[in-house]
Design a protein around this ligand. Structure first.
Ligand code: ZN
Length: 157
């Protein structure tokens, strides 16, 4: 079975229609089929589309960033934070490293404690992707061997 290379542009919205993020203008996202470079649910839909196709694809939260877990909210003493930094509600910090990296959101600032939410910012949210297929071709044998797409900016060819 051959593998395909797909390039697509997208606009990601939440279920109220608010734009959360999008691919940069003129810079589609490329991936090699079957290498888990994007959300599997999205990949399964994209591989069935042709170049030029547009579609709105909804990914339920269970297939995206998982459910929102209220137990992933913690109160941390202010004294545990470095002095001299300004913290505001809504601030996000990256914590951990490598495969344990995550984003923490400050949800409340108390006198003595700061409440942090460790859930992924998109946890519990169904995601709506407006996609357009910019490229859909067979992968070269070299791409399959390497496990990634060649010929894009910043990648070797
Ligand atoms: Zn390569």
């Amino acid at each position: 079975m051959s593998q395909h290379v797909i390039g697509f542009s997208y606009i990601l919205k939440d279920k109220e229609g608010k734009v959360l993020e999008s691919s940069a203008q003129g810079k589609p996202i490329f991936f090699l089929e079957g290498t888990k470079q994007i959300i599997p649910h999205l990949e399964n839909e994209l591989v069935n589309l042709k170049k030029g196709d547009k579609k709105e694809i909804t990914v339920p939260y269970q297939a995206a960033y998982g459910p929102y877990d209220p137990n992933q909210v913690y109160k941390v003493a202010r004294s545990k934070f470095p002095t001299g930094i300004t913290i505001k509600e809504g601030d996000m910090f990256e914590i951990g490293k490598d495969n344990n990296r995550g984003v923490v959101t400050v949800i409340e600032l108390g006198e003595a404690e700061i409440t942090l939410d460790v859930n992924h910012p998109l946890a519990g949210q169904d995601l709506a992707f407006d996609v357009e297929i910019m490229e859909h071709r067979e992968a070269t044998s070299e791409e399959i061997l390497h496990g990634h797409v060649h010929g894009q900016e910043g990648q070797h060819s």
